[in-house]
Write a protein that binds this ligand. Structure first.
Ligand code: CDP
Ligand code: MG
Length: 145
């Protein structure tokens, strides 16, 4: 496949609490993405800080860390053609209230922080985030970028 990419996706604690795991994964699979790795876990502040390093210092950071560590989440690596942009588009805009109907955030939420999903935003982010969450996976994006 040309343009094959891997991307890191989180189904955040709100998605798990609301029993939306199957619904959300179903959308990625229906779109044609392959689930390469998947794990449910509750993360601590250290992993939250590493994952969201670029947000540390923002006024919303502590609330974001409290949320992302508040309960189990599902982390996964998805693979497919142009997977990074495809997943970002499938998720919709960050603030669910601004997200288009038909996207995950636009169909299942109204909140800005509790916005159900995370996805890597570039090949560099994908390589870094996959290394953080699934260190055993060979990262292909860095070489392809
Ligand atoms: O997740 P995405 O890349 O779309 O958005 P971001 O701008 O990188 O922000 C990361 C996460 O921080 C968002 O997904 C929200 O959960 C959270 N956030 C927040 O709590 N308050 C804000 N004002 C902005 C973002
Ligand atoms: Mg982001």
């Amino acid at each position: 496949m040309t343009d094959k990419q891997r991307t890191l996706v989180l189904l955040k604690p709100d998605a798990v609490k609301r029993h939306l795991i199957g619904e959300i994964i179903g959308r990625y699979e229906a779109r044609g993405l392959k689930v390469l790795a998947m794990q449910m876990r509750t993360i601590d502040g250290d992993l939250a800080k590493a994952h969201y390093a670029e947000h540390i210092g923002r006024e919303y950071y502590q609330g974001l860390e409290d949320f992302i560590t508040s309960g189990p989440l599902v982390a996964m690596v998805l693979e497919g053609r142009k997977a990074i942009q495809v997943v970002r588009a499938t998720n919709g805009r960050t603030d669910c209230a601004d997200a288009a109907p038909g996207t995950i955030r636009g169909d299942f939420g109204t909140q800005q922080r509790r916005n159900l999903v995370h996805a890597s935003d570039s090949p560099e982010s994908a390589a870094r985030e996959i290394g953080l969450w699934f260190p055993h996976l060979l990262v292909v994006d860095a070489a392809a970028a």
